[in-house]
Design a protein around this ligand. Sequence first.
Ligand code: HEC
Length: 228
Amino acid sequence: MRNAPLLALAAGLGLAGAGAMGGWAVITVENPPEALEAGATYQLEYTVRQHGEEPLSDLRGTVRVQPAGGRLLEVAATPAGQPGRYRATFTVPAAPTVDITVASGFGPKGYSELALVPIAVTRRGEPRPALASADRARALFVAKGCGTCHRNGDVPEWAARNRPSQSFAPDLTGRVLDAAYVRQRLTNPRSLPAIGTGAVRMPQLNLAQAEVEALVRFLGSREQRASR
Ligand code: HEC
């Protein structure tokens, strides 16, 4: 059963013309903003890993900032020191929300992109809107690239805003998972056995501790899931 999605994926990559480049990549935003302030400068950083594992350097990526009802801003990303790490700096446009998309530059145009959940923009000095912890975790799930490998029906933003999830990792929809177990999967994935064929493994995405805990709470509680 687990082989079928992998074969479908391989076929899909052939069609996309990226086969020669060696497959697919996971984009992980290192500092996804929960809210932004109009007029402020933001430096978004992200990492691109082939198959979720191998950092991809020398890409020419772009970050697209689309204000609701406003003009699209396209910012070229530059290498940010570590392998596979990039940064793009932009001035936050005045708008109720912005949509941010990271175009990694891997494969043909439009092939390897990650669209974040829309981000609220405040006016200077205005208090930041408080996000419910489940919404924060959903945005994080999208921004970290979890949805590139995992289907998760509890994160509708993923399905709506990005290409359909690949299904070579366990489906997380409706699951309520033990906190210590999820923590171990996220922080030390190779210390646990593979699920399925092991052709693709859960990667080490170097999440911050607060990010790990937000995702652990989200994946570990029915209430978080039902609150939407
Ligand atoms: C490169 C693909 C990939 C990415 C990206 C990825 N995972 Fe995984 N994940 C896997 C695979 C594959 C497994 C199954 C364990 C294994 O074989 O290593 C797994 C296992 C898990 C499990 C255990 C599921 C179970 O059924 O027991 C959880 C929870 C999980 N991942 C959460 C996440 C979260 C949260 C993120 C984002 C921060 C994420 N994963 C990103 C591939 C991925």
